[in-house]
Design a protein around this ligand. Structure first.
Ligand code: PLP
Length: 360
C-alpha cells in the first residue's frame, strides 16, 4: 500500500450521477458529466456514464484526450485557445464558445479534418465570466456562424455562480430561452441545446423552478460531492465521501502548542500565530501544501484538528482523539472541491479506485 492515497469509490460516483440524472429526467434535462476535478480519469468518467451522463465534459483538451474511446460526445468547457484548435476539433465533438475569431479558426480546422464541430454559444447572464454580454452581439455572431462550414451551432449556454456568484433563477435562465427563440425565428434554424449551467442550477430542479426548454446541465461538483452549489446544501441521500484522502503518520510526539524562541516568518513568508493549548499530542502526516491546501481537508476522526503544515508536512492535533494513534498509522480526510482537484492533480498522491464493477 502506498501513501498518501486518494480512494475513489466508483459505486458512489455512479450512484450520485444516477440520482441527479433521475431528478433531471423529470424536467427533460440531460447531464453532461464534468470530469475536470479528477483530471479526466477514464474509469471515474465511466462511472458517470454508467450513471446516466450522456456527454463527458472537461475544461482541458488534455483530459478529453484521455476520454477519446468513450462513445459519448465530448464537450470542451473552457473557451478554446486559438493555439489549440487543431486538438479541439480532434478530441472535442462540441465546444463552448464566445469569440467569433476562435469559431472561424475552428471552422477552418474542422473543414481540414473533414469533421463537423458543434458549437454552443455562451451567453453571459451577469456572472461576468465567459459569454457574450450584449444581446445585439449575440445576433451578429450567430449571423456569422451560420455562414461558416465545418461548424454547426447547436445551442446556447450560460455559466453562473463561478466568478460573480450569481444564483441561477427562473428569471435569468428564461432570458436564455427568449434569446434562443428569437435566434430560431430570425435565422430559421433550430437550436437543440439550452445548457443551463452547472451544479448551482440543481436547486431549480428541487423546487421545480427550472424553465422549460433548458435541457442540459453540466454537472461536476454535485456528482463528486453530493451537493448543489448555489447555497452549498447537500442533496438528499447523495454521498459526500466519494473521494477520501489517507495519509501516514511519520512523527507523533507530545510538544507545546507555542513555538520556542523569537518568531519570524513561516516557510511561505507568512507570520504565524498560535493559541496556547498547553502540551499536545502532535502528529505529522506525510503530505503537504504541494499536494493539498490544508483548508481543503476534513479529518474523518472528528476529534482530530489541524494545526497547520508546510510544503511536505501536515501537523495535526491527536490529543482529543479516542483512538490511540501510533507512528505508521493512517489518518483519513474528506475533501472539499479544491481538495479533490489538487490531490487528483498531484503526482505524489496515489489514486486508488475502489468498488469497481466487475467487467461484464
Ligand atoms: C467547471 C464547469 C462546469 C461544472 O461545474 P460544477 O460546479 O463542478 O458542476 C460547468 N460548466 C463550465 C463552463 C465549467 O467550467
Amino acid at each position: 500500500m502506498t501513501y498518501p492515497r486518494v480512494e475513489i469509490d466508483l459505486n458512489k460516483i455512479e450512484y450520485n450521477t444516477k440520482a441527479i440524472h433521475n431528478k433531471c429526467r423529470d424536467f427533460n434535462v440531460e447531464i453532461a458529466g464534468v470530469t475536470k476535478v479528477f483530471c479526466g480519469h477514464p474509469e471515474i468518467a465511466k462511472a458517470m456514464v454508467d450513471g446516466g451522463a450522456y456527454i463527458l465534459a472537461d475544461s482541458r483538451v488534455e483530459n478529453l484526450k484521455k476520454l477519446k474511446d468513450f462513445d459519448v460526445d465530448k464537450l470542451l468547457l473552457r473557451l478554446p485557445m486559438i493555439s489549440e484548435v487543431s486538438e479541439v476539433v480532434k478530441y472535442a465533438d462540441i465546444s463552448l464558445n464566445s469569440e467569433l475569431e476562435t469559431i472561424k479558426k475552428l471552422s477552418k480546422m474542422a473543414i481540414e479534418n473533414n469533421v463537423i464541430h458543434k458549437i454552443i454559444l455562451m451567453v453571459d447572464l451577469g456572472d461576468l465570466r465567459e459569454g457574450i454580454f450584449i444581446e445585439d452581439e449575440i445576433f451578429t455572431v450567430v449571423g456569422e456562424i451560420v455562414k461558416l462550414k465545418g461548424v454547426k451551432l447547436i445551442g446556447l449556454g450560460t455559466n453562473l455562480t463561478c466568478y460573480g456568484g450569481v444564483i441561477p433563477r427562473k428569471e435569468n435562465l428564461k432570458k436564455l430561452r427568449e434569446i434562443k427563440n428569437k435566434i430560431e425565428e430570425s435565422y430559421n434554424i433550430e437550436l437543440e441545446i439550452l445548457s443551463g449551467g452547472n451544479s448551482s442550477s440543481i436547486h431549480l430542479l428541487e423546487t421545480s423552478q427550472i424553465p422549460t426548454g433548458i435541457n442540459q446541465l453540466r454537472i461536476g461538483e454535485a456528482i463528486v460531492l453530493g451537493r448543489e452549489t448555489a447555497f452549498g446544501n447537500l442533496i438528499d441521500d447523495l454521498h459526500d465521501d466519494c473521494f477520501i484522502l489517507t495519509t501516514e503518520i511519520i512523527e507523533l510526539k507530545e510538544k507545546p502548542s507555542i513555538p520556542i524562541g523569537e518568531i519570524g516568518m513561516d516557510a511561505f513568508g507568512n507570520e504565524p500565530s498560535f493559541i496556547d493549548k498547553g502540551i499536545r499530542k502532535r502528529g505529522i502526516c506525510a503530505i503537504g501544501k504541494q499536494d493539498v491546501d490544508i483548508s481543503d481537508i476534513i479529518p474523518l476522526d472528528i476529534n482530530i484538528t489541524i494545526f497547520g503544515g508546510s510544503s511536505d508536512h501536515l501537523i495535526i492535533d491527536l490529543t482529543d482523539s479516542l483512538s490511540n494513534y501510533k507512528v505508521g498509522d493512517k489518518v483519513s480526510f474528506k475533501l472539499s472541491y479544491g481538495g479533490i482537484l489538487s490531490t487528483m492533480t498531484s503526482p505524489y498522491v496515489h489514486k486508488v479506485l475502489i468498488n469497481k464493477k466487475h467487467s461484464k
